[in-house]
Write a protein that binds this ligand. Structure first.
Ligand code: TZP
Ligand code: MG
Length: 204
């Protein structure tokens, strides 16, 4: 699977996450991740369930994932989760979710990527590729080199996240990123759909 990967950010979004998700669906984005860091469990459940419904009823081939929260993903009947190194271990997530759900894991090295794949990850995300203000605790930027190193050593799709803009996205794609995620470059754009289209077109 190749293309743009969308992650919600309700704090940064100019038009709101539901609007952004509808734009992403319109542009045939294949993966949409609900990421909400500052909401109660109740609100997260309601939003995730609503966005899962919108994705399901869109008639598009889209994978809807929930960030961090395996319980919310199960309760909202999402397609899977995206977890980081500080969340529940991937092997535990796999046990809880069963074989049918998708699990993505954020990694910062080839070693972490190999461990994630061994523990049942369906894809890995390298982050942050470039410095970013969107995730304050993202750590040091790896640059695009880590993407090609992981591609050489694994066979799962590699998603690139962090500081990706129109200007540097091609470098990331050339390094082998199967999908690129840019949050601020899309959700703060006056026309998020057009911004998504620009990223999608880089894969054509
Ligand atoms: N995970 C690693 S960096 C990041 C996330 C969610 C934020 C990416 O946001 P931006 O605005 O595309 O740099
Ligand atoms: Mg996390």
């Amino acid at each position: 699977m190749k293309g743009y990967y969308f992650i919600t950010d309700s704090a940064l979004s100019g038009k709101g996450s539901e609007h952004d998700i509808r734009c992403a669906l319109k542009e045939n984005v294949r993966v949409i991740q609900y990421r909400e860091k500052n909401a109660s469990t109740g609100r997260m459940f309601k939003e995730a369930r609503e966005y899962a419904r919108i994705c399901g009823e869109s008639g598009k081939r889209v994978i809807f994932l929930v960030n961090d929260r395996i319980d919310i993903a199960l309760a909202a009947d999402a397609d899977g989760v995206h977890i980081g190194q500080d969340d529940l271990p991937c092997a535990v997530a796999r046990k809880l979710l069963g074989p049918g759900k998708i699990i993505g894991v954020t990694v910062h090295s080839v070693e972490e990527a190999l461990r994630a794949v061994g523990d049942g990850a369906d894809y890995v995300a390298t982050s942050p590729v470039f410095p970013t203000e969107t995730k304050k605790d993202a750590g040091r930027a790896s640059g695009a080199g880590l993407i090609s190193d992981i591609k050489k050593n694994t066979s799962v799709p590699v998603v690139a996240i962090g500081g990706i803009k129109f200007e540097n996205a091609r470098e990331v794609i050339q390094a082998g990123a199967d999908m690129i995620c840019a949050i601020s470059a899309v959700v703060t754009d006056l026309d998020p759909g057009r911004a998504i289209r620009r990223f999608q077109e880089m894969y054509l």
